[in-house]
Design a protein around this ligand. Structure first.
Ligand code: COA
Length: 140
């Protein structure tokens, strides 16, 4: 089940996935992972049938554009289409609020994942939190 986060428990479940994936697996510094935009962002979470949290993402609106951030699928659940379903759910929710343009900073290794969802890279590669990234966008 994929849903918008609207309880403290769901938010803590989302943070737990992010801690495991970004801080422990990818060595992102905790002060960069938990940033000043947490409260204004809309968060999403995916659970399996046993209510185990498996994936999360958030977006926030920047200049009328949906900025997608913190897309993370638990290691054991990758490659099964869950990340794609989560992104489609998030995009549908944002579109219900009238938004049509999406952008994100993709870790370079994840470019094919976002391309499979219709995002295109632009600009130059850059380093954020020690990890190579490209900016990507999508208009629907
Ligand atoms: N290389 C090439 N293609 C990839 C890929 C990769 N590393 N990861 C996913 N894809 C493709 C799949 O083949 C699939 O293509 P299809 O729709 O044509 O069949 C599509 O992307 C969807 O894949 P899916 O199974 O939904 O991806 P996922 O659930 O494994 O989630 C990530 C992808 C990137 C979110 C996940 O690997 C992850 O959380 N990684 C660690 C955290 C991270 O790097 N997040 C991204 C931050 S920008």
């Amino acid at each position: 089940m994929i849903k918008k986060v609207n309880t403290e428990k769901e938010y803590q479940d989302a943070l737990h996935i992010r801690k495991t994936v970004f801080i422990e697996e990818q060595n992102v510094p905790v002060e960069e992972e938990i940033d000043a935009y947490e409260a204004e962002a809309t968060h999403f979470i995916a659970y399996n049938d046993d209510a185990k949290p498996l994936a999360t993402a958030r977006y926030r609106i920047v200049d009328d554009v949906v900025k997608v951030e913190r897309v993370a699928v638990s290691k054991a659940a990758r490659g099964l289409g869950l990340g794609k379903r989560l992104m489609i759910y998030l995009e549908d929710e944002a579109m219900q609020h009238g938004y049509r343009t999406f952008k994100l900073g993709a870790q370079t290794h994840a470019i094919p994942f976002y391309q499979s969802l219709g995002y295109e890279p632009y600009g130059e590669e850059y380093i954020d939190a020690g990890i190579p990234h490209y900016d990507m966008y999508k208009k629907v």
